[in-house]
Design a protein around this ligand. Structure first.
Ligand SMILES: [Zn+2]
Length: 100
């Protein structure tokens, strides 16, 4: 059964399963409340900026705020507020799907 569950998780991970827009809003709000009204990356503690609209030829900046799974989704972490943190794009990229 262990193996079967693992396969199910992998399939789920492949299908995606990120946070919903309203969860993201909540995640970034919780982060803002925690840092006294401004968003900061939970890992490097640098200020982050709200996600930009996807514009052509505009590179997403490294301090773009992103909702992240603390325990990676691909490792069975759920898309729950409890398993979320607001981090910058750079840390998200560096983190990949490593366990905390
Ligand atoms: Zn960071």
């Amino acid at each position: 059964m262990e193996w079967e569950n693992r396969q199910k998780e992998l399939i789920k991970a492949r299908l995606g399963g990120g946070f919903t827009p309203s969860q993201k809003k909540q995640i970034h709000k919780n982060n803002r409340d925690k840092y006294g009204g401004e968003n900061r990356c939970e890992i490097c503690k640098r200020p982050t900026i709200p996600p930009l609209q996807n514009k052509k030829n505009v590179r997403t900046p490294d301090n773009n705020m992103e909702a992240d799974h603390i325990i990676p989704y691909s490792k069975g972490g759920r898309s729950d507020i409890d398993n979320s943190q607001s981090i910058c794009r750079k840390c998200n990229r560096d983190k990949g799907d490593k366990m905390p």
